[in-house]
Design a protein around this ligand. Structure first.
Ligand code: HEM
Length: 558
């Protein structure tokens, strides 16, 4: 018995000792940089910790020395903002975070963030980057680095250009008209925004990139097609959850099928397998189309499939697994982020009706077509301001390579970053820095984006606004997302206005205050969402009926 005890104790103690030595070494390394240093026994990116931290961290926080949970959960940057920037005020914009086997610089300094995101020679993919977990169906542009990333990026972006945007605009308008029709039928107000926007953006992506058209009304169909036991959307929704992605990565597949496995695991496995089946079927159908009409102009999916048929990964094309991996991440990235941006914008516009009025001025007298997109500066400003305050996803962490890298901060200090050190941008703090954005940096004010003289869009201070990342790894769907967002917003607000439905005895002003509070209660997983968004009901009204109404929230907000 005692020998078994020692046999188990020795590796456990060695593991802890090894981690302790690593932490001490990293603390010394971090102190040499000359910035505040904090440490924690677990890293925010630890898969087990990602799954349990939401439940466990609040208890640990109450213990003596439990403060480390303030900067050591996957969503700590958002919690810190809700906590009035407790961590930022204590340690400053730039601090070093030491964990077992890892040293990460957490920064909300614009100069550093810009350099890290745009200097691909000095910074490589980091250990603190969790994008590898998205390789459930195969490697993709999101998880690769170096030459391999270049190959994925070149192939996948080649066919994602102007022609895709041109298809996206009318489809976004068509989908929005159908969605609005459903919204207007609900006399008690609609609460389905968290479901509706992902439906809409997925439909637009399907049409523009994959050549398949759905109607908005039919998209909530619960009946799976023949040969499937779940709908595509239900599978995608379940697999896309951050904790489920972690589970798919760490739980061996045979455990999912055990009869005593929790129902949640079995359901997740069904969704994941079904999604793979859908992917394979769509590729098979696409190959057939390419065979029967080889000369047609190709959409995004067809061009990826052709790339897969013509060559192998070694000769510069995409292997089967890489094809599935890319189709999965492009579908994920191509709809969820824009959907959530639209969700935040709708809440914010309902909270600030004066901004709606400001939009009406631009939309009245403008044709709702793709040609008008460059002139719809106010609609775009609404998107930029929404993403400034609520960046729906963060750029990946980067790291120094074998050499130390000197970096300048915004204040002009030089920090020497040691080799193999990760640097992670803190967007929720960076994009509301008062020294960059002014004393009203926490106010949602889209007018800040437009020059008062010529009405042109302002360019923010370098590195202070990075919702799409920067440099060569900047989001390849940036323009697509902008076109789609502007099409949806302009389609809604050219005819309608949105109001929050008051609850009980609540005044209209109280209802707007409640919406503002609700939008500031976020939930951060793979992407950022409004927590419990379904608790807020909105109504959609024809604009003409609304003209001349007094607007209590107006003040000098705009
Ligand atoms: C509001 C909408 C969107 C936001 C805020 C957003 C944001 C981002 C961010 C922050 C990155 C990471 C950049 C980095 O690591 O430095 C990224 C990468 C990416 N995005 Fe988006 N995105 C949006 C829409 C889209 C759309 C519509 C698509 C496709 C149709 C898309 C496809 C991708 C892909 C494939 C990558 C990986 C690029 C690479 O690693 O080279 N995104 N996006």
């Amino acid at each position: 018995m005692s020998s078994l005890f020692y046999t188990l104790l020795v590796p456990v103690l060695s593991y802890f000792l090894w981690n302790l030595i690593g932490i001490i070494k990293n603390i010394r390394k971090a102190r040499a940089i000359g910035i505040p240093v904090v440490w924690s026994p677990v890293s925010p990116e630890n898969p087990i910790w990602i799954i349990c931290s939401k439940k466990v961290a609040p208890y640990i926080r109450r213990l003596p020395f439990g403060d480390w949970t303030d900067y050591s959960t996957i969503d700590w940057t958002w919690n810190d903002r809700e906590n009035d920037f407790k961590v930022l005020r204590k340690y400053g914009k730039v601090f070093a975070h030491v964990m077992p086997g890892k040293l990460v610089i957490r920064t909300a300094d614009p100069a550093m963030v810009h350099r890290v995101l745009s200097d691909r020679r000095a910074f490589v993919k980091s250990l603190a980057d969790v994008t590898d977990m998205l390789d459930i169906y195969g490697p993709s542009v999101v998880s690769r680095d170096g030459n391999e990333w270049q190959r994925h990026r070149r192939i996948t972006t080649r066919s994602f250009g102007e022609s895709v945007h041109r298809i996206a605009w009318p489809e976004a308008v068509r989908q929005t008209e159908q969605m609005v029709e459903l919204w207007s039928q609900d006399e008690r107000g609609f609460r389905s925004t968290a479901r509706d926007f992902p439906t809409l953006t997925l439909n637009v992506l399907m049409r523009a990139a994959y050549g398949v058209q759905y109607d908005f009304h039919d998209s909530s169909e619960k009946v799976p097609p023949k040969g499937h036991n779940r709908t595509y959307r239900d599978c995608l929704r379940e697999v896309m959850d951050m904790r489920n992605i972690v589970l798919l990565n760490i739980v061996p597949s045979f455990i999912f099928s055990f009869p005593w496995a929790p129902r949640r695991l079995r359901s997740l496995q069904t969704s994941s397998r079904e999604l793979e089946k859908y992917l394979i079927e769509s590729v098979v159908a696409c190959r057939e189309t390419l065979k029967s009409s080889p000369d047609k102009s190709m959409n995004f999916m067809e061009s990826l499939v052709q790339e897969n048929q013509a060559t192998t990964s070694k000769s510069g094309g995409l292997s089967d697994r890489e094809l599935y991996g890319n189709l999965f991440v492009w579908t994920l990235g191509g709809h969820e982020t824009t959907a959530n941006t639209l969700l935040f914008a709708l809440f914010l516009l309902a909270a600030f009706p004066m901004v709606q009025e400001w939009l009406f001025e631009e939309l009245d007298g403008i044709e709702l077509d793709y040609e008008s997109f460059p002139r719809m500066k106010r609609s775009l400003a609404v998107m930029l301001e929404t993403l400034r305050m609520f960046p729906t996803i963060s750029p990946g962490s980067k790291a120094t390579g074998d050499c130390p890298v000197p970096m300048q901060t915004m204040e002009g200090d030089t920090l020497i970053i040691p080799p193999h050190t990760s640097i992670t941008p803190n967007l929720p703090a960076l994009q509301v820095l008062p020294e960059v954005w002014g004393p009203d940096s926490l106010t949602w004010r889209p007018t800040r984006w437009l020059d008062t003289d010529d009405g042109q869009l302002r360019t923010p201070v370098e590195g202070s606004f990075e919702p799409w990342g920067d440099g060569s790894r900047v989001c390849p769907g940036k323009k697509f997302a902008q076109v789609e967002f502007v099409a949806v917003i302009s389609c809604i607000f050219s005819r309608y206005k949105i109001e929050a439905v008051p609850e009980g005895e609540e005044s209209a002003e109280d209802a707007r205050e409640r919406v503002w509070k609700a939008v500031n209660k976020t939930e951060s997983g793979l992407t950022l969402k409004v927590e419990n968004s379904e608790r807020v009901a909105f109504k959609i009204l024809e604009r003409r009926a609304a003209s001349g109404e007094a607007n209590p929230m107006a003040g000098d907000h705009v």
